[in-house]
Ligand binder design. Structure first.
Ligand code: SAM
Ligand code: SF4
Length: 449
């Protein structure tokens, strides 16, 4: 008798790099369980959304998607919601989208195989009938990390490795401690094993991930500090670039800068979210540093023996943020001269302390502040990038443009560069590129031979 054709699944991911990497692990787990990934909802038996809930927008998108495809339930297709929205909304998802069969929070992924078995054992619902409902939500207190033997890596040039999950910082606006649970670090030997595996697979660049990656606390007897881990990863044969994100300013210690100074393989780029330039707002946000303390961390990097690219995140319109406080943030941008930033309008999130704060700022005002902030930063970036014309950088080539002889990739300081080369194949290689032009968001160059 011929074997049954493999069950198929479609997975769409919303949100941050952590979510994208979680999806790589979810895909690996499903493939191991005999599923085959397909490109469209129509081809799939199981439709999964891995969702971020950091801001309201991503959450709304998922519910719109679920509504759009509701009619496919009649064809026996099953729907699942994974990730932070699943953890946050829990069984309420079944009320809002009754055709969903599986709700699994990010802390319960390691139970996915058994949840899939239960899902398959449940009958395909007839049109209008209530589908089988499986939940994995109650594991947030776990001290385990989601480690898989198989990770279906989607980026062929950069290997992502989660080294710390969850967060204990409880910033007043943030859902992460509620959706991803308490902070827990992976064992350093398991991390280094994964780096060696990546190197054997041909990866030369790895990025260590965590909501507060530099709060890493090795649970093994080795008690490796984060900076020691960076150095140990850089020593793995075949590794040429080590990245890490996101760093929390309070745990950003001098030894991290010393490691960057000492080891050129550790990339000269630090993403250090500031959120606001006003100490009063930072206190209200329950960030654990003042403007001055943050600027000391910046000074530490500026004094390093090689230039370090610095990027950040900013929230505008936090409850009670006054115009002068917003201007303090603009002043901070001018002072720090970031290489790039992600900026967000404050979005009230469930369970967070700032939800009940008074003095909310209107959407219109938040949009005004966001536009001013982005204009300010665009000018800073345009001027900074213009000064790079004539310089030469090493680039890991990660993309090929549709235009002939045009390639792109990143410098170690994470600047995107588009460049011309007559070479036939460059993807995945390191090349020297001379900068010939610059815009606010990227550089233009030519292959220097
Ligand atoms: N752990 C990182 C840190 O401490 O900066 C950030 C993680 S969060 C996934 C990424 C960014 O989303 C934050 O830096 C913040 O700027 C933004 N963010 C988080 N909650 C938000 C909210 N409620 N409204 C608007 N932006 C938010
Ligand atoms: Fe959220 Fe703050 Fe934790 Fe970052 S440090 S994940 S912003 S609670």
């Amino acid at each position: 008798m011929p074997a049954d054709p493999p069950k198929t699944f479609y997975l769409e991911t919303f949100g941050c790099q952590m979510n994208v990497h979680d999806s790589e692990k979810v895909v690996g787990t499903l493939v191991q369980e005999g599923y085959r990934q397909v490109e469209t909802v129509e081809q799939a038996d199981l439709i999964l959304y891995n969702t971020c809930s950091i801001r309201d927008k991503a959450e709304q998108k998922v519910f719109h998607r679920l509504a759009d495809f509701k009619k496919l339930q009649a064809q026996g297709k099953k729907f699942g919601v994974l990730g932070c929205v699943a953890q946050q909304e829990g069984e309420k998802i079944f009320e809002r989208a009754p055709h969903v069969s599986l709700v699994c929070g990010s802390a319960s992924y390691r139970n996915l195989p058994s949840m899939l078995v239960q899902l398959e054992a449940g009958k395909s619902p007839a049109a209008g009938a209530t589908p089988v409902r499986i939940t994995g939500l109650d594991d947030r207190q776990t001290d385990e990390c989601f480690e898989t033997e198989f990770t279906a890596r989607t980026n062929p040039h950069r290997g992502y490795i989660t080294i710390i999950e969850g967060c204990d910082k409880f910033c007043a606006y943030c859902v992460v401690p509620f959706t991803r649970g308490p902070e827990r670090s992976r064992a350093s030997d398991a991390i280094l094993r994964e780096v060696r595996q990546l190197a054997e697979l041909g990866y030369s660049e790895v990025q260590l991930l965590g909501q507060t990656v530099n709060s890493y606390a090795d649970p093994t007897a080795r008690r490796m500090r984060f900076s020691e881990l960076l150095l140990a990863v850089a020593e793995v044969r075949g590794i040429r670039r080590v990245r890490f994100t996101t760093s929390h300013p309070s745990d950003f210690t001098p030894d991290i800068v010393e490691a960057i100074e000492r080891e050129p393989k550790i990339c000269d780029h630090v993403h250090l979210p500031v959120q606001s330039g006003s100490t009063r707002v930072l206190r209200a946000m329950q960030r654990t540093y003042s403007r001055e303390e943050y600027l000391e961390k910046i000074a530490m990097m500026r004094e390093a023996n090689r230039p370090i690219g610095i990027t950040t995140d900013v929230i505008v319109g936090f409850p009670g943020e006054t115009e002068p406080e917003f201007e303090e943030t603009l002043g901070l941008l001018e002072e720090v001269q970031y290489d790039s930033l992600f900026s967000f309008k404050y979005s009230p999130r469930p369970n967070t302390p700032s939800l009940s704060m008074s003095d909310s700022i209107s959407e219109e005002e938040k949009s005004r502040r966001l536009a001013i902030l982005q204009d300010t930063q665009r000018e800073i970036q345009a001027a900074k990038n213009a000064r790079l014309v004539g310089e030469q950088f090493e680039v890991l080539v990660s993309g090929k443009s549709r235009r002939e002889n045009q390639w792109n990739g990143y410098t170690t300081s994470h600047r995107m560069i588009n460049f011309a080369s007559q070479e036939r194949e460059l993807l995945g290689t390191y090349v020297q590129v001379r900068v010939t032009g610059a815009g606010p968001n990227s550089l233009v160059g030519e292959h220097a031979v």
